[in-house]
Design a protein around this ligand. Structure first.
Ligand SMILES: CC(C)(COP(=O)(O)OP(=O)(O)OC[C@H]1O[C@@H](n2cnc3c(N)ncnc32)[C@H](O)[C@@H]1OP(=O)(O)O)[C@@H](O)C(=O)NCCC(=O)NCCSC(=O)C[C@@H](O)CCCCCCCCCCCCC(=O)O
Ligand SMILES: NC(=O)c1ccc[n+]([C@@H]2O[C@H](COP(=O)([O-])OP(=O)(O)OC[C@H]3O[C@@H](n4cnc5c(N)ncnc54)[C@H](O)[C@@H]3O)[C@@H](O)[C@H]2O)c1
Length: 615
């Protein structure tokens, strides 16, 4: 029986948390400032956030908020009260701040960023530590990140295990260090180190960090303030910038991406889940076909140190493939993507063959051949690619579409991708579909099975413009296999000839139309994928895009992006394009999207509407 009770923590009316656990006993426990909790009832699990103990003349404030000791409100309250208590206690001569379990605090509690803000804030606690008349020492192990490092920087001394890692990963969340990190790190480590750590977040690639635009700029301004202004003024500026970023869509998207990555790792299938699955050992593999895809997959396997047979039916192609693999591996070593040792070992792990018998004992053969319309990534990317070609047929140029989509945030535009993967691949896929339907297409074909068809890609194919591999495709390249794409007036001529022959009146196309048609068509497909139960939740789609297509992290992923734009708006624009392009089935609005848009359903409830459980 649960009973109504009062808080028995020793802080009494000073208790800040207001969080109580009701238990089947005559007591209630304050769980926030729980370092003072002293109730011994074996079956009661009270959440201890900061353990306070005195050992000899040391007061130890041990943060206990597993798994990463995030600086939640309860932890902050615990640290705040702990430092006050240690300051008052005459027996205490020094204070140690540390983390229980795996790590020193790994930063602020990211989940709290989207909730109402609660005092005490980190800078306030930090200043209390700094002003404490007794030495305050940060004893660091594990990952001391973000707010954790800021706390450590407020301490008078820092000691760390050799294995500890420190860093300011805020940039990955679209933020900057907001508890004096931008002011204290430059003073401790110098401007250059501080700038590098804060703008790279340490474990992000510099190329990705560069993309963070405004964050870089604000980080730079904040760090510069540590040199140009007194500490207090610098701190004020840092808080201002932090607030600006916290309210930005970019930061919200990056926080979402952080949790989405972790959510999808908890997968469930009818016959198992992430907890029960056991990885099968893979000792040898084979890849069939030494073309663009095959060679790329061989590189991945070799980089992971896995032996691989490369099986090819044509000797010349086999040799070309081997050259390509060697060149990519050498490039990866140069760029530091793989170690020189892995690079050297790769040659011994790769076994070229033209004999299928060699493959009889391998554990794994990746399937490269496209067998269906695609499950998730290919299915969503279908409309994206198709709309790109339609836009060009209507008046845009491939370079314009690429530029707009690169400005949007994609690392490389869709036509450059087409040149990379091969114009022939796109051509062959279309031809296979036509064959299945018993249709023969020509360069004049405008409809296939009642759907709009654009034969522009077919024209390039027939002209031998297969992309990078032939030195010409939607762009021209410095040589066959070259990488430097240059606009080609021949392509403009081909497009104009195509339109003239088919009587298509070309028009000016705006950047907004390009982004909407490329993105909304694939978002619409994304909602149909959820509707069909192919993806379990929007996070599956978004993480697939973040990793599979290098979709910009600061937009979260296509589904999160749609949510940020507003589903009502996205739905209306999809309906608009459906009306204008009735022969493109990818514009038929998703039923799920229609329902969600009508009811303004929050993103974490989308699936309940897809499965019908909320209807
Ligand atoms: C730490 C890791 C490297 C560990 O990796 P590992 O692989 O071991 O584990 P997982 O990644 O799987 O994580 C396990 C589990 O923990 C969850 N988790 C991890 N980190 C956090 C976190 N920081 N917060 C919450 N939850 C976290 C994770 O989600 C997993 O749980 P799940 O259920 O999802 O499986 C790795 O986890 C990692 O890299 N973590 C992130 C570290 C990080 O990003 N730290 C920085 C955080 S941001 C920060 O610290 C900001 C600071 O600068 C402080 C700012 C204070 C600002 C105060 C200013 C006051 C003025 C503003 C007031 C405005 C008021 C107004 O509105 O006016
Ligand atoms: N290129 C891409 O970006 C991409 C993306 C997704 C899927 N795919 C699919 O992957 C497959 C390969 O694509 P690619 O770009 O590497 O093509 P590619 O034309 O560059 O290379 C294919 C190679 O496979 C060889 N080959 C074909 N049949 C073979 C057989 N039975 N035994 C041994 N070798 C054989 C060919 O000789 C050729 O060298 C295709 O089915 C394609 O649809 C490609």
């Amino acid at each position: 029986m649960r009973s109504k009770v009062v808080c028995n923590c020793r802080l009494g009316s000073k208790c800040r948390t207001g969080v109580f656990i009701s238990v089947p006993l005559r007591s209630t426990f304050c769980v926030g400032t729980s370092y003072i909790l002293a109730v011994k009832v074996s079956y009661i699990v009270a959440v201890i956030m900061v353990d306070y103990k005195v050992q000899g003349s040391f007061a130890i404030l041990e943060v206990n908020n597993p798994p990463v000791n995030a600086l939640s409100h309860a932890v902050r309250s615990g640290l705040n009260d702990g430092i006050e208590k240690a300051s008052r206690d005459r027996n205490v001569k020094a204070v140690i701040v540390c983390g229980k379990g795996a790590t020193f605090p790994a930063g602020a509690d990211i989940r709290e960023f989207s909730k109402p803000k609660k005092e005490p804030w980190l800078p306030e606690i930090g200043h209390k530590m700094e002003k404490c008349e007794k030495p305050v020492i940060a004893a660091i192990h594990g990952t001391c990140l973000g707010g954790g490092l800021e706390i450590a920087l407020f301490c008078h001394y820092r000691i760390a295990l050799k294995t500890a890692r420190v860093g300011f990963p805020e940039v990955q969340l679209g933020l900057l260090p907001g508890a004096a990190g931008t002011q204290r790190l430059p003073r401790v480590a110098g401007l250059q180190v501080a700038m590098d750590m804060i703008s790279s977040g340490r474990h992000v690639l510099a190329t990705e960090a560069k993309k963070y635009g405004i964050i870089d700029e604000l980080c730079l301004k904040a760090v510069k303030a540590s040199v140009d202004f007194p500490y207090e003024k610098g701190l004020e500026m840092e808080t201002e910038f932090f607030k600006q970023l916290l309210g930005s869509g970019q930061s919200k998207a990056q926080q979402y991406a952080f949790f989405a990555e972790r959510t999808i790792a908890r997968w469930e299938m009818p016959n198992g889940n992430y907890r029960t699955a056991v990885a099968k050992p893979v000792k040898s593999t084979a890849v069939i076909g030494a073309g663009t895809m095959g060679s790329g997959i061989v590189v991945c396997l070799l980089s992971a140190g896995i032996p691989v047979y490369l099986m090819e039916q044509n000797e010349k192609f086999l040799n070309n493939g081997l050259k390509m693999i060697k060149s990519i591996m050498e490039g990866s070593v140069k760029l530091g993507k793989v170690s020189p040792e892995v690079g050297r070992k790769a040659a011994t792990l790769l076994k070229p063959t033209m004999n299928y018998n060699d493959l009889k004992d391998v554990d794994l053969i990746p399937v490269l051949v496209k067998t269906c319309r695609g499950f998730l990534a290919n299915r969503m990317h279908g409309p994206f690619g198709t709309e790109g070609t339609f836009l060009v047929e209507e008046g845009a140029l491939p370079s314009q579409v690429d530029r707009v989509m690169e400005d949007f945030g994609l690392p490389i535009g869709p036509f450059k991708v087409r040149d990379l993967s091969g114009v022939d691949i796109a051509y062959k896929i279309k031809q296979e579909v036509a064959k299945l339907l018993g249709i023969k297409t020509t360069l004049q074909t405008r409809f296939m099975n009642g759907e709009r068809y654009c034969a522009l890609n077919d024209r390039l194919f027939h002209l031998g413009r297969l992309g990078r591999k032939t030195g010409k495709g939607y762009y021209k390249y410095e040589k066959a296999g070259g990488k430097i794409a240059t606009e080609d007036s021949d392509v403009t001529d081909i497009i104009e000839k195509h339109c003239k022959e088919l009587g298509i009146q070309r028009r000016q196309i705006s950047s907004q139309e390009i982004v909407e048609r490329m993105m909304y068509s694939c978002i619409n497909e994304g909602f149909k994928i959820l509707e069909d139960g192919i993806a379990v939740r929007p996070e599956d789609i978004d993480v697939c895009y973040l990793y599979g297509f290098s979709f910009p992290r600061y937009l979260g992923g296509p589904m999160f992006y749609a949510n940020q734009i507003g589903l009502q708006r996205v739905y209306e624009r999809i309906c608009y394009y459906h009306e204008n392009f009735p022969y493109s089935p990818h514009w038929v609005p998703s039923r799920l999207l229609r329902k969600l848009a009508a009811k303004s359903v929050p993103m974490n409830e989308w699936m309940a509407y897809a499965t019908g459980s909320k209807l």
